[in-house]
Design a binder for this molecule. Structure first.
Ligand code: HEM
Length: 179
């Protein structure tokens, strides 16, 4: 997992819960990196999982809810870092339907070692989209947060339903209806 995902996560933890919480979750985790991340480095996903688990235990907020809030913050980071990529779209449905064939392809050019999910478009109309998310990382709530912010970015809203295809969240159907 790319370092930018860790550095932005820890910045958000500090902003919301304070530096003591950052220190606490790093100390409670068993991290090969020792909790020292650079945005361009690459680190084990298991480190993110441990940080999330300990933050969840210490705050009583579920990992899904933490991922949702974190994704909403991360969208702003992406929008600032890669404005050209998002500005090439005029419509949120078009943008979300292009994650697999355009957006994450461009991401891979910037970060060849990025570990990206797979999004398969099943059905698409002007105002609706059905996609299947597949990833060993089960970060579907991270995807949901990014989708919410994608609609907001285009001054729009949507109703998004998640249906787990696999219990562990490695395969999830997203049913997206623009309001
Ligand atoms: C992961 C970039 C838009 C879904 C990532 C990662 C990057 C990235 C750098 C981390 C990869 C790693 O750590 O190895 C971008 C950029 C975007 C964009 C630059 C737009 C300009 C989106 C959107 C979605 C999305 C709109 C909506 C669903 C995800 C998910 C992950 C991810 C779910 C977590 C990894 C996983 O589940 O396997 N993306 N992304 N991305 N992205 Fe995107």
């Amino acid at each position: 997992m790319k370092g930018i995902v860790f550095t932005e996560f820890l910045d958000l933890v500090e902003a919301k819960f304070g530096l003591e919480m950052v220190d606490k979750i790093i100390t409670e985790s068993n991290l090969e990196s020792n909790g020292v991340y650079t945005s361009v480095g690459t680190y084990q996903f298991s480190e993110m999982l441990q940080l999330l688990q300990h933050l969840s235990q210490n705050t009583n907020i579920s990992i899904d809810d933490l991922l949702l809030v974190y994704a909403e913050h991360f969208f702003a980071v992406l929008a600032e870092s890669y404005p050209g990529l998002i500005d090439s779209y005029k419509d949120p449905i078009e943008m979300l339907a292009s994650i697999e064939n355009h957006i994450h392809i461009e991401v891979r050019k910037i970060y060849p070692d990025a570990e990206l999910p797979n999004f398969e478009v099943i059905e698409k109309t002007e105002n609706s989209l059905v996609m299947i998310y597949k990833s060993s990382k089960s970060m579907h709530y991270f995807g949901l947060g990014l989708m919410n912010k994608t609609f907001e970015h285009f001054n729009s809203t949507a109703t998004i339903q998640l249906e787990k295809i696999k219990k562990d969240g490695t395969e999830v159907k997203f049913i997206i209806q623009k309001n």
